[in-house]
Design a protein around this ligand. Structure first.
Ligand SMILES: [Zn+2]
Length: 280
């Protein structure tokens, strides 16, 4: 009977069978890796043969992998495509154009769906392309504007009047000084009295921002606050000393600084309150 030779215990003796198998596989992988590094040509050839021999199985494996990671792969695709579009916008536009030409019906359907899903972006895109077109064709753009305004006006007379009025109001609010001047000139012309352009600022400066009416009613005194909200009680206005309606000229010499409220209160005695904002 042979006598078993005593052998010192090694770490391998304490491993389970499973761990031993794993260690063997790891060793095999490592040897394979070193071999592949040392023989690149042979490696490629071997790989090619392997793929040829296992074509079906590999395709199936690939299919299963794609199925299991569908979302992640799609996301990766989208990201790749986004980066490529960013890097080559020209090429991308060309590619899209060619594709649309080749698939007009699909392209139209996609376009329609996008329009329905993105009304806000659609408006934005439209505005942008109109703006570019107008910049590139200023003459044609002006003509088109006039044409479309004319068509709209004749189709919507009522709305047109309202729009007109609203635009007029906005303009008058934005240009009170011009409005005041034009109104004064009109009234001076009507009354047959002299008129010369004047500015409220000029009158106020000459009168040192002080209300010139003897019956000034401002509780704070005769000083006119330059920071007062325009067209309010104690804001600045210009009063015709001799009203236009009584033959007074519409000139700086016949004007004096006054609080808006004092100007109004003077009324028709010797007052000539303009209807325009900021003047009276
Ligand atoms: Zn006053």
């Amino acid at each position: 009977m042979p006598i078993a030779r005593a052998r010192p215990m090694t770490p391998a003796d304490t491993l389970t069978d499973e761990a031993k198998a794993a260690a063997r596989r790891e060793g095999a992988r490592e040897r394979s890796r070193r071999w592949r590094e040392a023989h690149p040509e042979a490696r490629r050839e071997k790989d090619r043969r392997y793929r040829e021999a296992n074509r079906e199985a590999l395709l199936e494996k690939d299919r299963r992998y794609r199925e299991a990671n569908r979302e992640a792969l799609l996301e990766k695709d989208r990201e790749r495509s986004r980066l490529s579009r960013q890097a080559n916008p020209e090429a991308n536009r060309d590619r899209v154009r060619r594709w649309r030409e080749a698939n007009p019906e699909v392209a139209q359907a996609m376009n329609r769906r996008w329009r329905e899903a993105n009304p806000e972006r659609l408006r934005e895109t439209n505005r942008e392309s109109v703006r570019r077109w107008r910049e590139a064709h200023p003459e044609a753009a002006r003509k088109a504007s006039r044409e479309s305004a004319r068509r709209w006006l004749s189709a919507n007379p009522e709305a047109a009047r309202e729009t007109n009025q609203a635009a007029g109001k906005r303009w008058r609010e934005a240009n009170p000084e011009i409005v005041r001047l034009k109104a004064a000139r009109r009234r001076a012309h009507k009354a047959g009295v002299p008129h010369e352009p004047w500015s409220l600022a000029e009158v106020l400066q000459r009168d040192s921002w002080t209300c010139q009416l003897d019956e000034c009613r401002c509780p704070e005194g005769r000083a006119i606050d330059p920071d007062a909200e325009p067209r309010t009680q104690w804001s600045a206005s210009a009063d015709h000393v001799v009203p236009i309606s009584r033959g007074g000229p519409d000139t700086t010499a016949n004007l004096q600084a006054a609080h808006m409220a004092c100007n109004s209160a003077k009324g028709d005695r010797l007052a000539d309150t303009l209807e325009e904002p900021g003047a009276g």
